[in-house]
Design a protein. Structure first.
Length: 444
C-alpha cells in the first residue's frame, strides 16, 4: 500500500453541503486518501461551496486567495472547488481563479478519482454535469466533524420549485428521491454505532416519493421512527405548500419525531410571495401554522425570512413583522435579498430596494425575532424536558449542552451524564438563545 495522501476539506452553506462533503470524503478514502485537519500538511484542498447569496461566494473567493500561500510553498498541492459555485460559475472559475485545478458540481462526485488522475497528470479538470438520477444511495458517508450523536441522511436531491430569487434549482438540478431501503439501512447502522439523532435532508422533503411500493415522506418518516424509540428524528426543509395533515399526525404519533418544524415563509406579504413564486398565500401559510398548533401543540416553528425583495414596500415589510408575531417563531434565519444572476427575479424584476432600507428592515426583523425567541423560552421556565446531550457547554466544562425535542439548546450541570445520553432537565432560567436548568431524575 502506497503512503496515503492527505485531503483537507472545508464546507460552506447548507446542511446538504455538509452531507455531500461526507460523500466526497468517502469516495476519496476509497482512493487512498486520508483526511487531515491541518491545512499546511494537505496534498489536496477541497472547498465545498454555496451560491445562495453573493456574500457566501465572496467568502469562498477570499478563502481561495488564502490557499494560494500554501500552493506557493507546495506547487503540487491540488485545489478543488466543489458544489454550487462550481456548478454556477463552471469553467469561468478556472479563468477567474487561476489557482483552481479542479471543478466538480454536486452530481459528479463519483467522477472524482478520474478527475484527480487528470489533475495529477498535469491538466486541469472539470465535471459539472447535472443528473436526473444521482442520489449517491450506495455510498456510505464518512461522518466528519461529529461527536457520534447526530448525523444527516440525505433523502433527496435537487429542487424544481423555482422560487424566483433562488439559485438552487440551477446549481443542484432536478428533484429526485433516494431508494428508501438504503435510507432505512443507513439509519439502522447509525443507531447501531451509537448515534441518537438523525436529520433527514432534502431541499423539499415533503415531495419525497419512491414509486415502488408507493413511498412518500410521512411513510418514510414513520418507518425510520420505528427503528428505535431512542433514535430521534428531525427533517429539513419543508415547503409550506405541501406540508400535509397526515405528516403532522405522524409527527404527533411518535415521541421520537422531534416537535419542531422548519417552515420557511420568506415574506408575510401576499404580493411579495407571488413575486417570489412561492405558490402559497399568507392565509394558506397561517392555516398550516394553525394545523401544526392544533395537531402538535408542543411543537415549535422556525423559519427563513428575506428582507428587501424586489419592490418590497414598508407595508409589505409590516406584513412580514405581523406574521412573525402571529406565528411566534422559535428562531429564524434572516437574510437581506441578494440578487443571483440568471434567476427569474434577476431576469424579470428590479432589485430596487436600496441596500440601506434592506438592512434597516432586516434589523427590525432580527430585533423582533429576538423578542419572540425570549418569549418562547420564558414560557418553558419551570418545565422539564428530555435532552439529548451533544457535548460540553462551550462556556463551562462543568456543564453539558444538548437540545430538547423542540430544538432548543439546554445547558445544565454535568453530574454523571455523558455525551450521547438522554437527561431529564428542569428549566430554571433562560436567555433568548438558551434554556438553563438542572437534571431532575436519571432516565437511563
Ligand atoms: N437572497 C437572500 N436570501 C436567499 N435565500 C435563498 N435565496 C436567497 C437570495 N437570493 C434564503 C431563503 C432560503 C434560505 C436557504 O436562503 O430564505 O430559504
Ligand atoms: Fe430555493 Fe425555493 Fe427550492 Fe428552497 S424551495 S431551494 S428557496 S427554489
Amino acid at each position: 500500500m502506497k503512503n496515503k495522501k492527505k485531503l483537507y476539506i472545508e464546507t460552506y452553506g447548507c446542511q446538504m453541503n455538509f452531507s455531500d462533503s461526507e460523500i466526497v470524503t468517502s469516495i476519496m478514502l476509497e482512493n487512498n486518501y486520508e483526511v487531515t485537519n491541518d491545512i499546511s500538511g494537505a496534498d489536496v484542498i477541497f472547498v465545498n461551496t454555496c451560491s445562495i447569496r453573493d456574500n457566501a461566494e465572496q467568502r469562498v473567493k477570499g478563502r481561495l486567495r488564502e490557499f494560494y500561500t500554501h500552493k506557493k510553498r507546495k506547487p503540487n498541492l491540488i485545489i478543488g472547488v466543489l458544489g454550487c459555485m462550481a456548478e454556477r460559475l463552471k469553467s469561468r472559475l478556472l479563468e477567474e481563479e487561476k489557482l483552481v485545478d479542479l471543478i466538480v458540481g454536486p452530481d459528479s462526485y463519483r467522477d472524482l478519482p478520474k478527475l484527480m488522475q487528470t489533475v495529477i497528470g498535469g491538466s486541469r479538470a472539470i465535471n459539472i454535469l447535472l443528473s436526473t438520477e444521482e442520489t449517491y444511495a450506495d455510498i456510505k458517508p464518512v461522518r466528519i466533524g461529529t461527536k457520534g450523536v447526530s448525523a444527516f441522511i440525505s433523502i433527496m436531491r435537487g429542487c424544481e420549485n423555482f422560487c424566483s430569487y433562488c439559485v438552487v434549482p440551477y446549481t443542484r438540478g432536478k428533484e429526485r428521491s433516494r431508494n428508501p431501503e438504503t435510507i432505512i439501512e443507513e439509519a439502522h447502522n447509525l443507531f447501531e454505532k451509537g448515534y441518537r439523532e438523525i436529520t433527514l435532508l432534502g431541499q423539499n422533503v415533503n415531495s419525497y416519493h419512491w414509486n415502488e411500493n408507493g413511498w412518500y415522506f410521512a411513510k418514510l418518516l414513520e418507518k425510520v421512527a420505528t427503528i428505535n424509540p431512542k433514535l430521534r428524528l428531525r427533517f429539513a426543509t419543508s415547503h409550506p405548500k405541501d406540508i400535509s395533515d397526515e405528516l403532522l399526525y405522524t409527527i404527533a404519533k411518535y415521541d421520537n419525531i422531534c416537535k419542531s418544524i422548519h417552515l420557511p415563509v420568506q415574506s408575510g406579504s401576499d404580493r411579495i410571495l407571488k413575486l417570489m413564486n412561492r405558490k402559497y398565500t399568507r392565509d394558506w401559510y397561517l392555516n398550516r401554522v394553525n394545523a401544526i398548533k392544533k395537531i402538535i401543540p408542543e411543537c415549535t416553528i422556525s423559519t427563513d425570512i428575506i428582507s428587501g425583495f424586489c419592490s418590497e414596500t414598508e407595508s409589505d415589510h409590516n406584513d412580514t413583522l405581523s406574521l412573525m408575531e402571529i406565528v411566534g417563531y422559535q428562531y429564524a434565519f434572516m437574510f437581506k435579498y441578494s440578487e443571483r444572476p440568471n434567476t427569474i427575479a434577476a431576469k424579470k424584476l428590479k432589485d430596487d430596494v436600496p441596500d440601506k432600507v434592506k438592512i434597516t428592515r432586516l434589523q427590525e426583523i432580527i430585533v423582533l425575532q429576538q423578542k419572540l425567541s425570549l418569549k418562547s423560552n420564558k414560557n418553558d421556565v419551570g418545565k422539564t424536558f428530555e435532552v439529548l446531550i451533544e457535548g460540553e457547554s462551550k462556556r463551562s466544562e462543568n456543564h453539558l449542552s444538548g437540545r430538547n425535542s423542540q430544538n432548543k439548546i439546554v445547558v445544565f450541570p454535568k453530574e454523571n451524564k455523558k455525551t450521547g445520553e438522554y437527561a431529564n432537565v428542569q428549566i430554571h432560567k433562560c436567555t433568548s438563545a438558551t434554556l438553563l436548568g438542572e437534571i431532575v431524575q436519571n432516565n437511563e
